[in-house]
Design a protein around this ligand. Sequence first.
Ligand SMILES: [Mn+2]
Length: 318
Amino acid sequence: MASTIFTHCDFDGAASAALVSYCLQLDKYQFATPDNIYKQAVSVQDIVCDLPYISGCNLWFDHHGSNIQEVIDRGLNPANLEGANRVAASAAQVAYDYFAAERELPEYFADLVQAANIVDTMDYDSIESWLAPTPANILNDTININSESYPAMSNHLNWLTHQLRDNHLDVVAASEKVQDRFQQKLVTREHDVEFIRKLHFFLPEDEKKQIVVIDCSNLSFAPKFNKTLALVVQPEAQYILLVANEISFGRKTNNLKISLAKNFMTPSDKQLGVFLEELNIGGGHDNAAGGLIRSGSKNERLRKLKDFQLDLLDYINS
Ligand SMILES: [Mn+2]
């Protein structure tokens, strides 16, 4: 039976899968998130890239310290697992170094790895360079457009991974399909920035205007946008807090979904994931984290959100 490459549904996921696909001559890809990979039928022939380790898979390529730590916590030695894992800027870099040690790789892969490193670590020194229409940014920005369904996005990622396996990323970025998606993306981005401009605010207690808050909990719909675009409106803010209703079975609940991110240009040493874990409402990484504030009524929700915002402000100022 042919092996499947299970990979993350993002740019690094596509880039690392493209490398593995070329080197092992496999062309079946499945895209997953760190959460839903555990529900996928990963068999002993399969390869996992840029996602948590799945016991018994054939090869694993990853660069996330948290995933490597999880392997250690499970009583396994990461060094003994087939494939390659170490903390690095991208899974593509880890896979590249693994295969380059034993063979000559096409030159275009070096550029692909460099692009994955920048995109996956948000290694930009300005908003302009983050939004600049470089081939890497264009490919990354067009992975999901117009709130496409997951199957539609997977379909695009499948095409993209094949393209990146066989071509330089500049060629793929210049293709009609990607350029067409990019034009659509620019239109929605424009809308998203205007939307954030209208909705954003700072807490009165936040004298230094550190946390830009985007509260969508009074909206009747669930907006889908990249909250980091708040930095276009407020480039000096250090943190972005997005608040939205939790939707369950198509209905709004009284619970609030919160997500937090740092300004990628000036990241502090605060651990946002640890902060949410300690409040017992969520978790995540140092630079980005998310959680759920549970409440039984609208009043409780308002009170808990206010308490949370003040806790966050305290933590940031501590
Ligand atoms: Mn990655």
